[in-house]
Write a protein that binds this ligand. Structure first.
Ligand code: SAM
Length: 329
């Protein structure tokens, strides 16, 4: 088991398949992009599968989510998904993506056994999309969402980050859009994980603000809290249900006490928290010839040191050196 010193058990593994992305969302990276990891530093598909298999077969991982950067940019993605769903005990396998290219790939991914997909969509307005993501790709994202639904990757979940003065007027429209299509929307508070270090507390649209805007238009009732478990989203039934909307108050309503997540970066570092300032190098150990048992021990030690909380409110809080795209969101 991946047990930490506060008794939490990590069962949900997030694996970044690449730090590259074809969008430049301002809450994540600057318009000019970042210095991407050199290819030799990236885990190969074989190395990824070795670590994922160790997680599932030896360490109690029950859910694997592929993310990035943009995971659809990884050429071996379908093969990686198929191999992951072939592991026993079979983990739940999901993908977090910006949706660009998903229209073309959704069928193959569903065929490989992918269980679920989260597509990021911050706006329905082409001009706002360009302002926020510095690329004119809204049409591709919307096509990706439809493609996921047509391929049966249900329920399609949508992630939205609202930014003050940019897209924060679209909360209601985004929820209406998702309700009409049967997508499940989650609003995520903006976290201090952008490469430019531009995050400010005042600039962040809080969970309270989001709920106030939604409550003015919809009847929201809290969904069964038992169902939430360790999931980050607080869920609400919309107008009596069954449709739901989620709000992830990562900053103002932290859920660290129930956290069951652990991450592997695209270059093979274990991170026990999005906000960790330390990592444990599995790639180096693997390439130096470590056995599966040795890698599992290293991984366990890395999780053991997980802090009680992300500490954004501590005066001593330091934003991690790696931005979200490099950690794997
Ligand atoms: N490229 C994929 C995508 O767009 O979904 C996967 C990676 S992205 C880092 C994963 C999720 O993290 C997206 O839903 C994105 O909106 C969210 N995200 C990125 N930076 C964030 C930040 N600073 N605060 C909150 N969420 C963020």
């Amino acid at each position: 088991m991946l047990l930490d010193s506060f008794g939490r058990v990590a069962t949900d593994l997030r694996v970044s398949l690449t730090d590259r992305c074809n969008l430049r969302c301002t809450y994540c990276m600057p318009p000019e992009g970042l210095d991407w990891l050199p290819k030799p530093e990236l885990l190969t598909a074989e190395e990824i599968m070795r670590l994922v298999a160790i997680g599932v077969e030896r360490l109690g991982i029950t859910e694997v989510r592929y993310t990035g950067g943009e995971p659809l940019l990884r050429r071996e993605l379908t093969e990686i998904v198929a191999r992951t769903t072939g592991l026993r005990p079979r983990p739940q396998v999901s993908l977090t993506t910006n949706g660009i290219g998903l229209a073309r790939l959704a069928g193959a991914l569903a065929g490989a056994g992918l269980d679920r997909v989260n597509v990021s969509l911050d706006t329905l307005d082409k001009d706002v999309f360009v302002r926020l993501a510095h690329r004119d790709r809204l049409r591709d994202v919307l096509a990706g969402l439809s493609g996921a639904a047509e391929a049966g990757l249900l329920p399609v979940k949508v992630n939205t980050v609202l930014m003050r003065g940019i897209n924060d007027h679209e909360a209601v429209a985004l929820l209406e859009f998702c309700l009409e299509r049967g997508y499940e929307l989650r609003f995520i508070e903006q976290m201090p994980l952008d490469a430019q270090h531009g995050w400010t507390r005042e600039g962040m649209v809080t969970a309270d603000e989001i709920l106030a805007v939604l409550c003015a238009r919809f009847d929201l009732t809290p969904a069964d809290p038992v169902e939430r478990g360790s999931a980050p989203a607080e869920l609400f039934l919309v107008d009596g249900g069954p449709a739901r909307v989620g709000v992830i108050g990562s900053v103002t309503r932290p859920f660290c006490g129930a956290c069951d997540r652990v991450r592997i970066t695209a270059d093979g570092q274990v991170r026990n928290c999005l906000f960790a300032t330390e990592e444990s190098d599995l790639r180096g150990a693997m390439r130096a010839g470590a056995s599966d048992a040795e890698l599992a021990e290293r991984w366990k030690a890395a999780v053991r040191g997980k802090r009680a909380g992300h500490g954004i409110d501590d005066p001593s809080f330091l934003q991690p050196a790696r931005p979200m795209s490099a950690i794997g969101g």
